[in-house]
Design a protein around this ligand. Sequence first.
Ligand SMILES: Cc1cc2nc3c(=O)[nH]c(=O)nc-3n(C[C@H](O)[C@H](O)[C@H](O)COP(=O)(O)OP(=O)(O)OC[C@H]3O[C@@H](n4cnc5c(N)ncnc54)[C@H](O)[C@@H]3O)c2cc1C
Length: 430
Amino acid sequence: MLPTFFTAGFTGVRLARSPTTACATTLRDVNNPFAETEDQQALRTLAREVAARDLAPKARHWDETEEFPEASWEAIRQAGLFGITVDEKYGGHGFGDIEAAIVLEELARADVSSAILAQLTFNGPPRAIQHLGSEAMKERWLPMAASGEALFCIGISETEAGSAVTQMRARLTSDGDGYRLNGYKNYVTGGHRARVCLVWCRFPGSEGAKGIGAVLVDLKSDGVTVAGTHVKMGLRGTSEAELAFDDVRIEPEDILSVGDVATSDTFKTLIAHINHERCGNAAMCVGAAQGALEYAVNYMNERTIGGKPIAELQGLQWKVADMATRLEGARLLMLRAVHLAGPHGTPPALETAMAKAAANLAAKFVCDESIQLLGGYGYSREYPVERVYRDIRGLCIGAGTVEIQRNFIGSQVLRGAAPASAGWRNSSPG
Ligand SMILES: Cc1cc2nc3c(=O)[nH]c(=O)nc-3n(C[C@H](O)[C@H](O)[C@H](O)COP(=O)(O)OP(=O)(O)OC[C@H]3O[C@@H](n4cnc5c(N)ncnc54)[C@H](O)[C@@H]3O)c2cc1C
């Protein structure tokens, strides 16, 4: 049976699955290890149409005004896209990282601020609840995620604990059968608008990475305050909030993962889960860069100097060649990471770190060169490429900076770890 979004998404408009859009199979498709299934192609078509029709026209507005992109939220919700990774049992479509990446790529191609709403739902707290939560927690929260009734946010970073996440101070103290949470989380995407926050925090007796766990906090609870929002360079539709937790009661059923003070196992599980977010981040970078590249190519074909389109200048064709090659390299790394996750698994750490770093750097390069190719217009707020550049800059920092990905990749390679390519000889013990 077709998932409902193919037939009922989009205010009831049924998407055509004509041979030209969904079923055309070429030899390149047959031999392509990452070729999309028919359902994945239809999903891409749907996401692309939502992005073009509902997200792109207002992208500049959200950027200029810093208003929360309510209309984008509504469009994604009406198309049934929020439920992509939520199990069917809880009202979702039960897909995995590949489908999440397809949608994120297409939405970010039009507007990264709006795509982040889907990223928070696909790869943020709902995914953690699905993999790690109790049945009661799933029943309470996942239907809200799938239907787009509630926005979820994640509170990991603190003012003195960003990359150095194990220096976090947010802490639980025992309170009868539950706990009290005290702490301050910084840079929480959508925290001012979300209904619930997944807070990483220390369980009583925790030191270093040992004893770090995670709890869900209903942001309507007593003791929760939005202390402020950051005014930023890009991604201006989805603000990052500072959230203060002052003696907030945590019921036993709000605990996602207990921090075991004897080991760092829970922390490692939570960190591994961030691989979903990193792949989503990479997919958004790939989509945003794709949009910028396409815009620059169209511009080059139209802009004439001395009666000839600038697309004919070989010096500029080389720029386009480098942009396209870096973009495609990053996309392939991202696709490999999400394919390795399997339908319901988690993308592996090394391939994910490579995909995130490559996509961040490719997007930075492609968006920067797109501005250059548009000349003075590229630097103008009236053209989208400067906004996309500002937006993807934030993606190079969020979900673990490029430097932190490189730290991980470098240390793994030096220990003899190998990514999933046959040409590498794995020399790590065991
Ligand atoms: C757009 C955006 C959205 C975000 N959303 C969220 C969110 O929803 N939830 C959340 O919890 N956090 C979020 N963050 C916070 C983000 O995770 C942190 O900003 C990030 O982890 C870096 O931490 P920091 O800002 O404290 O920088 P620092 O950790 O202080 O780093 C400063 C610089 O030093 C480098 N550096 C640090 N340590 C090392 C090292 N060991 N080796 C080499 N270089 C190093 C960093 O790469 C960086 O260049 C978001 C950030 C941004 C920009």
